[in-house]
Design a protein around this ligand. Sequence first.
Ligand code: NI
Length: 256
Amino acid sequence: MQDLCLIDSHCHLDRLDDELDGVLNRAQERGVGSFLCVSINMENVLEVIDIARRYPQVFASVGVHPNERQGQEPEMEALLALADDPNVIAIGETGLDYFHCKGDLGWQQERFRRHIIAAKRCRKPLIIHSRDAAVDTLQIMAKEGAADAGGVMHCFTGDWEMAVRAMEMGFYISFSGIVTFNSAAGLREVARRIPDDRLLVETDSPYLAPVPYRGKPNQPAYVREVAMCLATLRGCSLEQIARITSDNFRTLFQLQ
Ligand code: NI
């Protein structure tokens, strides 16, 4: 019997090599019972929504990742029409990535603004990706009123000040396997200080597998390693981390 109930708040189930029933069963055996399958581009968004339709424990999001340059640009009407599906609980992932993308990134900022406006219109929280772009991410969030939609700073790698400013706008802070990496001492200190009512866990699978699986394909079952790391950091039990983060997930995405 497994009485843990962890939620993987960010995974890309449409991108895993393994067969989905097996992936979800392995997660369930390790106490991971719900999943938010996050959309990355317009080409795959229908598959993401279809997974959520087929599996009641899976939820979907709608959006286009800031690193997607080639595919279809998400127009407002298309985002809103897709977000109308009852399996869609969030808008994203969206945001800014100045690590992978260089040059004039006006297109990325414009796309980010459009996602924020869409989230406010459909009243669904945002999933925000931010890499090497803290100042502009926070500025656009503030200017566009992202606080009205709320959401999560996914795969958080920022500093304490960025976390505080995001939390002031009502955002949650989600930690991935990165928090377990040897080199991430600064991030662990941020994770230790995040208030209970703002904390989420994720895998971002198939990317960023936590220690001791680092370098291998990630899977939602490994959100348990992320949660164990947070429990150690915060001096509490794995069960407490599971309860706190799952309660936060249900509050943020209005599932209760
Ligand atoms: Ni992701």
